[in-house]
Design a binder for this molecule. Structure first.
Ligand SMILES: Cc1cc2nc3c(=O)[nH]c(=O)nc-3n(C[C@H](O)[C@H](O)[C@H](O)COP(=O)(O)OP(=O)(O)OC[C@H]3O[C@@H](n4cnc5c(N)ncnc54)[C@H](O)[C@@H]3O)c2cc1C
Length: 376
């Protein structure tokens, strides 16, 4: 089978690995516009369950990935000078660049042709030259745009702004920090992903953003302003920029997932708000589901039908949970009157996927403390 892949992110690389592993005779080419060492952002997180899926799909890359991991089991909520820790949540963090390097190496070892600095403009030519064209070209997918009439995308640019920084302050656990100043409320999502660095994503509503005056600020002024808001949490460390800019989260859905021999995957197909930290997980698990569909069916058309049929309910479920979580952060200002323990509780249950019983199982001491809150 001849497969062309646009995009050498987690989705494109992982699909290529699984297909080549299943049948070395497949001819697979990846076209990636960036170089092998370019990336945006800092770290990504995986849950324990995702790691088990990665091990089952490809134990070689799984072993490499887990060697580089920073693991933790606590979510920390910081509000009004108090930190509440909730244990029993298994997560690991890895630098996005490290993850990509591992997947690039594995793909090349297996004989996948990875072409860097190869930006695709003529999708039609590429699709006519293969049995299957995988559009793994990310959230602003040009393939989705080129065939918008076929895919019928639904794009929803959300009002909140966020910016993705790093820092050498180490946050041991997924840390959600809330700080207020005269402009409004800022939320930071942070976690350590290497022995020296943490991801530090800051989010605020549009009113807070405007009142802060970010529109007129340079990148350095923005970095200093945000650093001041979280000065107590950063403990003297600076925020680190990776060409970081304020962005609006783009919620992506598509009425149709494929047509003829073209299929969308990963962020090109769907997004889920970063507050549930699962974009890379979903991209990789799409790749696993699609590779399985190809192996279980006799033609590309059957494979793509099977992929959409089995994967769509899983994605819709995730997007529903992520939507609740995103809405919570969009309305974070409404919850600032809560005590730290109450805020931690509503945060943990915000997506509707974690119940009181789940929390009791994960961290009974946290629930005991929450239940006793009125007696203080
Ligand atoms: C602030 C923020 C925080 C996040 N945090 C997490 C997290 O903690 N955990 C997590 O799992 N996920 C996280 N994500 C999401 C994660 O980054 C994405 O979901 C994931 O990278 C999707 O993988 P992908 O392969 O579909 O797309 P991408 O990783 O975006 O890869 C697409 C690739 O296609 C290439 N490309 C695009 N157009 C072309 C073209 N025309 N020709 C050639 N190449 C092209 C791009 O250069 C890129 O390399 C976060 C995202 C954001 C914005």
């Amino acid at each position: 089978m001849k497969i062309n892949v646009i995009g050498g992110g987690p989705a494109g690389l992982y699909f290529a690995i699984l297909m080549k592993k299943a049948n070395p005779a497949h001819q697979i080419r990846i076209y990636e516009r960036n170089g092998p060492d370019d990336t945006f952002g800092w770290g990504v997180v995986f849950s324990g369950k995702t790691l088990a899926n990665l091990r089952a799909a490809d134990d070689v890359s799984h072993a490499e990935i887990t060697k580089q991991f920073e693991a933790w089991d606590n979510v920390d909520v910081v509000h009004r000078e108090e930190k509440i820790s909730i244990h029993g949540n298994s997560f690991s963090g890895i630098a996005r660049l490290k993850l990509l390097k591992i997947l690039q190496r594995r793909a090349e070892q297996l004989g996948v042709e990875v072409n860097f600095h190869a930006e695709i403009h003529d999708v039609e030519a590429l699709r006519n030259d293969c049995d299957l064209l995988l559009a793994a070209d990310g959230v602003n997918s040009m393939v989705r745009l080129r065939y918008a009439g076929q895919f019928q995308p639904e794009l929803d640019s959300r009002a909140n702004r966020y910016i993705w920084y790093g820092t050498h302050q180490l946050f041991h656990g997924l840390t959600l920090t809330f700080r207020e100043n005269s402009a409004g409320v800022f939320a930071a999502h942070s976690y350590k992903f290497s022995p020296t660095t943490s991801t530090f994503i800051v989010e605020c509503d549009p009113q807070t953003w405007t009142r802060s005056g970010f529109e007129q600020m340079s990148s350095e002024e923005t970095l200093d302003y945000v650093g001041d808001v979280f000065a107590q949490d950063l403990n003297g460390h600076k925020l680190l920029s990776n060409n970081s800019k304020w962005i609006n989260f783009l919620l992506v859905k598509n009425r149709r997932w494929f047509f003829e021999n073209v299929v969308l995957i990963g962020d090109a197909l769907h997004t889920a708000h970063f507050s549930i930290g699962s974009g890379t997980k979903l991209a990789i698990e799409d790749a696993i589901a699609l590779a399985e569909s190809v192996q279980q069916t006799a033609s590309v058309s059957e494979a793509l039908t099977h992929f959409e049929k089995t994967r769509r309910p899983v994605i819709e479920d995730y997007q529903a949970a992520a939507f609740e979580s995103m809405r919570w952060f969009e309305n974070a200002g409404q919850y600032m009157h809560l005590s730290p323990i109450e805020l931690a509780y509503v945060l943990m249950t915000r997506s509707g996927r974690v119940s009181n019983e789940d929390l009791k199982r994960r961290d009974s001491e946290f629930i005991r403390r929450y239940d006793r809150r009125d007696s203080f």
